[in-house]
Design a protein around this ligand. Structure first.
Ligand code: ZN
Ligand code: ZN
Ligand code: ZN
Ligand code: ZN
Ligand code: ZN
Ligand code: ZN
Length: 412
């Protein structure tokens, strides 16, 4: 019996399966008849399918091969390149698109047709290469993963670490991490500006975002003195005094709230706190009504942005501010009447009519009940009588109606 090795390295069809080998064998078998086998030499067959060689390992005789010569194929040598063919160009395809494989589609790719993400081992076909995540609908293909936010981006977003060119960041993270404080730069100082101005510019539709060092970032303490507020650049600290209220409200709505002790984002400051905050920075006082009206004017602006969290926060603001104002419209005249009646009874009708107005300046909940701080305007120069020694006259009034009273803006 002749023992031989079939060499299909120059055979065009990929001899990847037993049936493919069978087809190649059938195509060359008849051409072997009549050839003389010599050990350690090859018989060659040229056929339509390419060139096949039969390497003779051992042969019992020196007879030419006949139709019925028994022949044992010890092995088949195949072109390894042909085992893995790039499904796009037909070249050697050692890589695979994982997504195609998951879809049970041909997944083999050559190194030219395969797309990769910098520093990552996964290969993609051009259809499955993820898109840049810089914004919705960016058509660019992703080619790196940002070291900080871990999202995928295309080249147009790629920024290197200032001291390590191998490490890439998206434009936003790069600038959050390495942006220089602008006011410092104007003073020819180089300082990182980790804090970014949170003022919402309606002209650009985005936050000012000027990088600021600690020294140049002032905080608008919307969530109380002890919490991080909205960082502002010097220009926008000044702007607070005169800019439209909508811009301030938008800045508030688009700033990430600080996290409370209980680990949750702090709620938006209520109508009362907002007015109090505005008092310290506006050139003229704002009423609850002007604030609510500004909130209402924002609606088309907010809804056109189509940002779910922003819309939700906005609706919460509009509803809770609206509710607070409606409550005040009812409570203020009631408190005025109650306070007048009380002093008329206690001190005589002259004192009752000396009470000119009552304005709620704060509202909070105690044991599930609303409590109010009321600023009471009087025509009196000495309000000591209204308070009484040790507060004994004002206390029953405050307790009865659940209010705290300030007279004439807190003057005694
Ligand atoms: Zn694919
Ligand atoms: Zn290819
Ligand atoms: Zn992009
Ligand atoms: Zn990033
Ligand atoms: Zn600075
Ligand atoms: Zn700014």
């Amino acid at each position: 019996m002749i023992e031989a090795i079939l060499d299909l390295r120059e055979w065009r069809e990929t001899a990847a399966s037993p049936s493919a080998i069978g087809r190649a064998w059938a195509a060359i078998q008849s051409s072997l008849v009549g050839q003389l086998p010599v050990a350690a030499e090859a018989l060659e067959v040229r056929a339509e399918g390419g060139i096949a060689r039969l390497w003779i390992v051992s042969t019992p005789s020196h007879e030419p091969i006949a139709d019925d010569t028994p022949l044992l194929l010890l092995d088949v040598v195949r072109n390894p390149r042909l085992m893995y063919v790039c499904r796009d160009c037909g070249e050697y395809g050692p890589l695979r698109c994982q997504k195609c494989e998951d879809e049970e589609q041909p997944a083999r790719l050559c190194s030219k047709c395969a797309k990769t993400i910098l520093d990552e081992l996964t290969a993609y076909c051009s259809r499955h290469l993820p898109l840049c995540e810089c914004r919705e609908g960016c058509p660019e293909k992703a080619n790196f993963r940002c070291r900080k936010c871990r999202r995928l981006f295309g080249t147009h977003q790629q920024k290197a670490h200032p001291r390590d060119p191998e490490t890439s960041y998206c434009a936003n993270c790069h600038w959050v991490l390495f942006g220089r404080c602008q006011p410092c730069a104007e003073l020819r100082k180089q300082r990182l500006g980790r804090s970014k101005c949170g003022f919402f510019r309606r002209d650009t539709g985005e936050r000012c975002a000027l990088p600021l060092c600690w020294e140049h970032s002032q905080q608008w303490r919307a969530w109380g003195q002890d919490n991080r507020g909205i960082p502002l650049c010097p220009e926008h600290v000044k702007a607070l005094a005169t800019v439209d209220l909508e811009s301030i409200l938008l800045s508030l709505l688009t700033t990430k709230p600080p996290i409370s002790d209980r680990g949750r984002p702090m709620p938006l400051p209520n109508l009362f706190r907002v007015r109090k905050l505005l008092k310290t920075c506006r050139s003229r006082p704002e009423s609850f009504r002007t604030i609510l009206e500004a909130v209402q004017r924002l609606e088309p602006d907010i809804e056109s942005r189509g940002r779910e969290r922003l819309s939700r926060d906005y609706r919460y603001m509009r509803e809770s501010y609206g509710e607070a104002l409606a409550d005040l419209a009812q409570k203020e005249p009631m408190f005025l009447e109650q306070i007048r009646d009380y002093y008329a009874r206690e001190l005589g009708s002259g004192y009752g009519s000396a009470i000119l107005g009552a304005e709620v300046i704060e509202r909070w909940k105690e044991k599930g009940q609303w409590r109010y701080r009321v600023d009471v305007r009087t025509s009196l120069t000495n309000r000591g009588h209204l308070i009484g020694p040790g507060g004994q006259r004002i206390k029953p009034l405050q307790e009865k109606y659940g209010i705290r009273i300030d007279f004439d803006g807190g003057q005694r």
